[in-house]
Each structure stands twice: as structure tokens, then as C-alpha cells.
Design a protein around this ligand. Structure first.
Ligand SMILES: O=C(O)c1ccccc1N[C@@H]1O[C@H](COP(=O)(O)O)[C@@H](O)[C@H]1O
Length: 240
């Protein structure tokens, strides 16, 4: 069954909505410029009151290793999500599971399909797959998350990746070679998550904007999202 992370939680009430609906993980944004930022002092008050068996993920972008280590311990977090292109090697001493984020520009993926008949990858800024495979084989990362970047902004953009595009299939093939769990993010919501899962077959899905209403987490959207993600779709889908 597909694991679900609900990200950008800012209160105990929101966290308990997600837990009640069956979330496997909760994400907390520790990126100070984000509109979903939560202060460590407030976060600790949430995590201290959560039931067991729920994975608590801290989302960071470019925070120095010592600061990350301090927050992980202070806030009782289990997992680090590196959302700022950090060299994960610098964080190897920290005792937490690590998720490396690869941010992709949806427009570049789409244009690479039609751009050049002989080389569909020509226009795409390709991630460093060799580095990812090395990090995975050395046990430096335990998961890889694909997210969308829009005009230089990555994280919480609410923009879907073009998972139906042919070039996306080649990206997935590279990720699967690393042989670590793959998590799909970027613009997922209750209406598209089943199709996205059917096409990409991820270990887990991650959502922030897609379970909000007027900028705040919404209990009904969270419940619908988790239900959809954990229910098998009836119609088969394929990549065109
Ligand atoms: O959610 C944020 O505000 C955020 C800020 C900075 C880095 C990451 C952030 N969230 C991550 O973004 C993706 C997808 O978000 P969305 O569903 O498209 O809104 C997900 O991995 C979140 O963990």
C-alpha cells in the first residue's frame, strides 16, 4: 500500500486530522522563508503529543548540519528531507533517515519530448544520477523524492510533474536504478493522486498545497487525499 506524507503541518489539530485519516508521515517546514514555516519551539509542542508509529519529517533547505542535528533532537524528528540541493554527505553523522529531493522543471520535461526527435533528453537539465546511485549504495540516503520547481522556487508550489510524459519514464528508470524508495510530490491532490500512483508506482506520495483551503490545511481534503491514495484505482493507466 502506498505510504502518505502530509506536509506543512502547523498545529496539533492538523496533525491529528492526518493521523486519524491514516497518514504514515507528517512533514514540518523548517525553511524560514516558507509561508508554512514552523518554529522549533512550536513544533516540539506538536511532536511531543503525537501517538507512536507516525514518522515525523523535518523539511530543510540549506541549513548547516549542526543546526539540523540540534532541531532533529529538540523536536523529536525521525527523518530529514533535504529540499535545498544540499550535499547529503555533509549530514552523514546525523542519526535520522534521509530523503534527498530532486526538483524538476515540468516545462523542461514536457518540451524535451517534442524538442528533438533523435534525442528527447537534449533540453533537460539532467540530475546527477551517478551521485545519487553512489549516495544510495553507501547508505547516505534512504529515499528519493521528486518535486517540481517553478521559476526557481521549489517546494510547496502546487504544480504537478508531467508524469504522463515519455521523458518522465526515463527519469523514473534512473531513480529505480538507485534501488531506494521513491516518493512522488508536486501538485498532488485528492482528484489526481490515484492516477499519479497508478502511472508512477511510487513507494509513497507527499502533499502540501493540495490538502489546503484558503491557505490552511483542511480536514476534509486531508481525509479524501489519504483515502484516494490508499485505494486501488479501477481503470488501468499507461504512459503515452
Ligand atoms: O510546503 C512548503 O511550503 C515547502 C517549502 C519549502 C520546501 C518544501 C516544501 N514542501 C514540499 O513541497 C513538496 C510538494 O508540495 P505541493 O504539494 O506541490 O504543495 C512536498 O515534498 C513538500 O514536502
Amino acid at each position: 500500500m502506498t505510504r502518505v506524507k502530509i506536509c506543512g503541518i502547523r498545529s496539533l489539530e492538523e496533525a491529528l486530522w492526518a493521523v486519524e485519516a491514516g497518514a504514515d508521515a507528517l512533514g514540518f517546514i523548517l525553511v524560514p522563508h516558507s509561508k508554512r514555516y514552523i518554529e522549533p519551539q512550536k513544533l516540539r509542542q506538536i511532536t511531543a503529543h503525537l501517538p507512536p508509529f507516525i514518522n515525523k519529517v523535518g523539511v530543510f533547505a540549506g541549513e548547516p548540519p549542526n543546526r539540523v542535528s540540534e532541531i532533529i533532537r529538540y523536536c523529536f524528528l525521525d527523518t530529514i528531507q533535504f529540499h535545498g540541493g544540499e550535499p547529503v554527505d555533509h549530514y552523514r553523522h546525523i542519526k535520522a533517515a534521509k530523503i534527498k529531493v530532486i526538483s524538476l522543471d515540468p516545462q523542461q520535461i514536457t518540451s524535451s519530448n517534442s524538442g528533438h526527435p533523435n534525442n528527447p533528453r537534449e533540453n533537460v537539465a539532467s540530475p546527477n544520477w551517478e551521485l545519487l546511485h553512489t549516495e544510495a549504495s553507501q547508505g547516505l540516503v534512504q529515499g528519493i523524492l521528486l518535486d517540481s520547481t517553478v521559476q526557481g522556487q521549489s517546494g510547496g508550489t502546487g504544480t504537478p510533474l508531467p508524469w504522463k510524459e515519455l521523458h518522465f519514464k526515463t527519469i523514473l528508470a534512473e531513480i529505480k536504478k538507485a534501488n531506494i524508495p521513491f516518493i512522488l510530490a508536486g501538485g498532488l491532490h485528492p482528484e489526481n493522486v490515484q492516477e499519479a500512483i497508478q502511472i508512477t508506482q511510487p513507494y509513497g506520495v507527499d502533499v502540501s498545497s493540495g490538502v489546503e483551503r484558503e491557505g490552511r490545511k483542511d480536514q476534509e481534503q486531508i481525509t479524501r487525499f489519504i483515502h484516494a491514495a490508499k485505494t486501488k484505482a479501477s481503470k488501468p493507466q499507461s504512459i503515452r
